[in-house]
Ligand binder design. Structure first.
Ligand code: GLC
Length: 531
């Protein structure tokens, strides 16, 4: 692997959903000031890069994923000056800043769209996608159809997401030039990377009914990213991919993306986003193994993650018994974050924040959840519907971070009522409590990242699956003479067949464990250096 790409394996990225992270100015909304106050937290945890969700000017139809001005910071979050100070501070600490780039669509309040919708002759009209009558029967990601009527021009515009998020027309070279300017603006201001929102949707073919991985996708991506200016930038795409398509988008030398989020594991334990299904932990292992082997063979960089702002909390969903939540969460962590790839953690995951429980439909904020509600209300029992929404809603991951257990002081998030209620479990699950517990998830993650830092083998070393017992995951990372063995036992206590060799215990979630002898408890993890 080329040196520059290999260096990306040193990254440990933490996703900040800004509005719920930390309120620094006392208005109930997380902001840049609050984020800056918490930089020590990241360093303590061993994180060296942040992915900051959109904080550009936005009317918030989709909490910032509807951008009204790409080269600004929304005043509710701070100023561009504050953003630059934050980035300087991060750089001084050796941390990287990855910004969210949301360019499949804009907000309806973007100046381009405001002009575009006034007349068919407006110079900005062709920045968006129009039709005299709906061209397709595609369903929008947040419910309803994708075509919205625009009276002044007597046409319909396309929106793959909410109707407040009109799709940009990438076929128009001017749009592509605008996007290039946005990318360059942030690079000139010091960003180290981008997380590209739903980038796989930018090329469409209406005739063939294609709106994912469309015919001109690669051309557009090369044009945007295969440039001197973007050469050293880390670019991770939110892109649907499989083993047939992934190399085209992030293969070495393609001049497109550095890597993509691959979502196979996210679907574990559910029939669809809103309905649960039986699962086995070993399925998580199998997904990981197949991608580790594939990426190794094809020289691809892989992203390691289980959580983000669009998904209910993974460890909670997979946990069968909350009494063993620490064991489950740490076992998932070892299953994923000691593999080869770039770790991405989502806020609150580092101390095991749980999913939320809303009692009434009105309590949801997320437009995706509302879309599902609207499509099912009246067709389904209300209680059942509420259960469904609670199960799948993105709001599960979006409650304000509970830094402390003190409700009076807003759980350390902020002094006044937050924009969205605290998680129902904030009293019991908060960073302060976790850190003072003997079984601390934070400390486990901290140890994982410390190991990744200390041992090059955990960053660059090859992966080898050594699993013998079906209900477990045993793998080795190897680099020259360096060998690290990761042992994850799953549902049942059992003795595991492990490779020979003198083993030095580096990390475990069972304080009784001393070496590799004896049966492993359910969800027990042990990490050894092999001499
Ligand atoms: C991505 C974002 C999600 C957003 C959607 C539309 O999937 O992660 O939060 O709603 O794109 O921009």
């Amino acid at each position: 692997m080329e040196k520059k790409r290999e260096q990306f394996l040193d990254l440990v990225v933490y996703e900040v959903y800004l509005r719920s992270f930390k309120d620094g100015d006392g208005d109930g909304l997380g902001d840049l000031k609050g984020l800056r106050e918490k930089l020590d937290h990241f360093q303590e945890l061993g994180v060296n890069a942040l992915w900051l969700t959109p904080c550009y000017k936005s009317p918030d139809a989709d909490n910032g994923y509807d951008v009204a001005d790409y080269c600004s910071i929304d005043e509710k979050y701070g100023t561009l000056k504050e953003w630059k100070e934050l980035v300087d501070d991060m750089h001084a600490r050796g941390m990287k800043m990855i910004m969210d780039l949301v360019v499949n669509h804009t907000s309806i309040e973007h100046e381009w769209f405001k002009a575009a919708r006034t007349s068919r002759d407006n110079p900005y009209h062709d920045y968006y996608m129009w039709a005299d009558t709906p061209k397709t029967d595609w369903r929008a990601c947040f419910g309803g159809g994708v075509w919205e009527y625009n009276p002044p021009t007597n046409e319909y515009y396309l929106h793959l997401f909410a109707k407040e998020q009109p799709d940009l027309n990438w076929e128009n070279p001017k749009v592509r030039e605008e996007v290039r300017k946005i990318v360059d603006f942030w690079i000139d201001n010091g960003v180290d990377g981008f997380r590209c929102d739903v980038l796989d949707h930018i090329s469409k073919d209406f005739e063939k009914g294609i709106f994912v991985n469309g015919p001109r996708l690669h051309e557009y991506l090369k044009e945007l990213f295969d440039r001197e200016k973007t050469r050293d930038i880390f670019i991770v795409g939110e892109c649907a991919s499989n083993k047939n398509t992934i190399e085209d988008i992030c293969g070495e030398g393609r001049g497109e993306l550095t890597c993509v989020f691959q979502f196979d594991q996210i679907h574990l334990g559910r029939l669809d986003k809103w309905t649960n299904a039986p699962f086995k932990m070993a399925e998580l292992r199998d997904i990981m193994v197949s991608w580790q082997e594939f990426c190794e063979e094809n020289n691809l960089l892989y992203t390691l993650f289980t959580d983000n702002h669009d998904q209910p909390r993974f460890a909670d969903r997979l946990c069968r018994n909350r009494e063993f939540y620490y064991e489950t969460a740490t076992c998932i962590a070892a299953t994923v974050f000691l593999l080869k790839g770039i770790p991405f953690l989502y806020q609150g995951q580092e101390f095991g924040m749980l999913n939320d429980e809303r009692k009434r439909v009105e309590e949801f904020n997320d437009p995706e959840t509302w879309g599902v509600y609207q499509e099912n209300v009246g067709k389904m029992d209300e209680k059942e519907l509420l259960q469904k929404l609670n199960y799948g809603s993105r709001d599960n991951a979006r409650c304000p971070v509970a830094w402390t257990g003190d409700e009076e002081s807003g759980y350390g998030f902020g002094s006044i009522r937050p924009w969205y209620p605290f998680n129902a479990h904030a009293d019991k699950v908060n960073l302060q409590k976790d850190k003072s517990s003997k079984k601390s998830i934070f400390r486990f993650y901290q140890a994982i990242f410390a190991l990744r830092k200390e041992f090059a083998v955990l960053r660059q070393g090859a992966f080898k699956n050594l699993t013998k017992e079906a209900d477990s995951f045993v793998y080795e990372r190897r680099l020259g003479d360096e060998r690290i063995l990761v042992v994850c036992n799953y549902e049942n206590a059992q003795t595991l067949s492990l490779p020979n060799g003198e083993k030095n215990l580096l990390l475990t979630n069972n304080e009784q464990r001393r070496g590799d002898e004896g049966a492993f408890l359910p969800f027990e993890v042990a990490v050894f250096q092999i001499k």
